[in-house]
Ligand binder design. Structure first.
Ligand code: PLP
Length: 397
């Protein structure tokens, strides 16, 4: 009898599995709108010019491959916090650790909550990024939900969201909020709605956990920080998990930050020691390269300017693809109006396509979407837009 013989096969990751199927698809014209990576007009996920330049400098100057400290590179942490909070929060109130991507940040935050703030539950929006459930559950946090998307699948059901936050959690529970560019819907609260959300979270004494994976992909670096900064104007305490995967294109380098904001320097010190304990028992210390790239770019005025331009290029191109798709769909003459896509932010939107239509798009046209009908707008392509719109129109008819 082998001990491992009883192990059953885990279901494949729905989104990454689709990418495998896409790669194996031999059709000449095909499009992958499933996985959340930015692709340029030639269909590749580029290395930003500022990143290439920083890497050249690092190659020349790097003198050791020794371990980083548990919380990562100090210059990186400082730059990452400045982007998130600007000058709103005194540095002594922020405990930050450099993490392997936004996923690593969420996992550290979740384990911190479970071990230091429990017993508590975490409330996730419906819908949310599929991995949120798995990450929270893996850290031992009981997961609950609150309303987010309206039944039209296009807008925020703000009344239901507020009602749920007022009635479902109890004091001390945590609530996960997408700071901007909600994944999978692209539907974000307005600044006025953020004020109301912050009031309820504060009045109910909930712990806000802000997932900030797309800063700069919505309207701009500061504009996208409005949720985080509004919450922190009304409350002393929050946890923010950020990522440089998307806005620096550093997907495979695994670079993110878990930042805990507390009311005092003393509490922050204690919290940092506990965050470090979580890190030590998980991956000991973060990888250097991605964090060093970000720190190098953000310490140099010229490279920072270059980054701002490249980020703006990605952001405006996504907005332009949204417009081209909406116009293209209108030109096909289908009944459905896709103009709601223009109000949504970031890479993703719900297309409103049913699972059957999603299947049909894949099998008959080589267009890959996840079953929920979520589309990664950043995977669209100007040169194939007409072809894409005709394919979508064909399954709608
Ligand atoms: N949070 C959300 C909402 C995301 O969509 C993603 C990535 O897709 C992440 C966190 C994690 O990003 P990372 O690749 O940096 O781990």
């Amino acid at each position: 009898m082998h001990r491992f013989d009883s192990i059953s096969v885990a279901p494949p990751d729905a989104i990454l599995g689709l990418t495998e199927a896409f790669k194996a698809d031999e059709r000449e014209t095909k499009m992958n709108l499933s996985v959340g990576v930015y692709q340029d007009a030639s269909g590749t996920t580029p290395v930003l010019r500022c990143v290439k330049e920083a890497e050249k400098r690092l190659l020349d100057t790097e003198s050791t491959k020794g371990y980083l400290s548990i919380d990562g590179l100090p210059d990186y942490r400082e730059a990452a916090c400045q982007l998130i909070f600007a000058d709103q929060i005194a540095a002594e109130r922020v405990a930050a650790v450099q993490t392997p991507g936004g996923t690593g940040a969420l996992r550290v935050a979740a384990e911190f909550l479970a071990t230091q703030c429990g017993p508590l539950r975490i409330f996730l929006p419906t819908p949310t990024w599929a991995n949120h459930n798995a990450i929270m559950a893996a850290a031992g946090l009981p997961v609950e939900t609150y309303s987010y998307l309206a039944s039209d699948k296009k807008t925020l059901d703000f009344d239901a969201l507020i009602e749920d936050l007022k009635t479902k959690p109890k004091a001390g529970d945590a609530v996960l909020l997408h700071a901007c560019c909600h994944n999978p819907t692209g539907v974000d609260p307005t600044p006025e709605q953020w004020e109301q959300i912050a009031s309820v979270v504060s009045e109910k004494k909930l712990i806000p956990l802000l997932d900030f994976a797309y800063q700069g992909f919505g309207e701009g670096l500061d504009e996208d920080a409005i949720g985080v900064r509004t919450i922190l104007r009304q409350m002393d305490e929050a946890i923010v998990c950020s990522s440089f995967s998307k806005n620096f294109g550093l997907y495979s380098e695994r670079v993110g930050t878990a930042c805990l904001v507390s009311g005092s320097a003393e509490t922050t010190k204690a919290a940092l020691s506990q965050l470090k304990r979580v890190v030590r028992a998980n991956y000991s210390n973060p990888p250097r390269h991605g964090g060093a790239i970000v720190a190098t770019v953000l310490a140099d005025e010229g490279l920072t300017q270059m980054w701002h331009e490249e980020l703006a290029e990605m952001r405006t191109r996504i907005a332009s693809l949204r417009k081209q798709f909406v116009d293209g769909m209108a030109a096909t003459g289908v009944d459905q109006d896709f103009s709601f896509l223009l109000d949504q932010k970031g890479m993703f939107s719900f297309s409103g396509l049913s699972p059957m239509q999603v299947d049909q798009l894949r099998s008959e046209h080589g267009v890959y979407l996840v079953g929920s009908g979520r589309i990664n707008v950043a995977g669209m392509n100007e040169s194939k837009m007409e072809w894409l719109c005709n394919a979508v129109a064909a399954v709608l008819r």
